[in-house]
Design a protein around this ligand. Sequence first.
Ligand SMILES: [Zn+2]
Length: 232
Amino acid sequence: MKIYFNQKINNLNFNSKRNDLYKDFLPIKPSIPTDVYISNQQNSIDLAIKQLENLEFYKSDVEKLKKLGINLIFKNGKKAVDFAKQSKIPIVFDKVDKDDIHAQWVDARKTIVINERYKDTNNLAEIYAISAAILHELSHAKDNDGYSSIQEELECLGMNALAFNVYKTQHPNLFNKGISPIIDDGVGLYTELFLGNDKKALMDRIKLKYGNLLLESPNHSAGAFAKEIKPQ
Ligand SMILES: [Zn+2]
């Protein structure tokens, strides 16, 4: 099922059938305390967007990124959500090009697709991770072209690192390892790499995942770090 959040905002009964099935809480991994699971009252994408809407980045994190030549695409989460609403960008769970992709901007459909493996999750940690991933994909959407580049990925990954670091700091016990690949191999990993101190590890990861891309794309001129990753 595809969920278009512009419609969903006015249709809070959308999940009423599912709510009947899963009253209150649904602990799918009983070994983890139940307070990491949220009530299935609302769609997980709506909840992820709601978190984004209230998000302000830490200034010290923003400064760290600037030192890598990474500038902000959105000043805060609200700017990103406003852009999504104005542009009427659908955010849906669906098939992605490869199963190890957690989320992607599909320019041909002007749609943000979240890997359907996370469909309707009620795991709060995953919902925060989806929220950070949505910010990454909105950052791709913002330039309104189908191109990407090493610099563009640095900026989009930087955005999701800024977001997830706030969530991590606000919920220090929520994001243990092993909860979800979207955290361990996605937004959690990039938060450690971008905001930690192991620059070589960050460089190696970007080379591995994005090394085949061009250095820069329209509206994303290469900064010093991108040039270090892929010397011309
Ligand atoms: Zn990307």
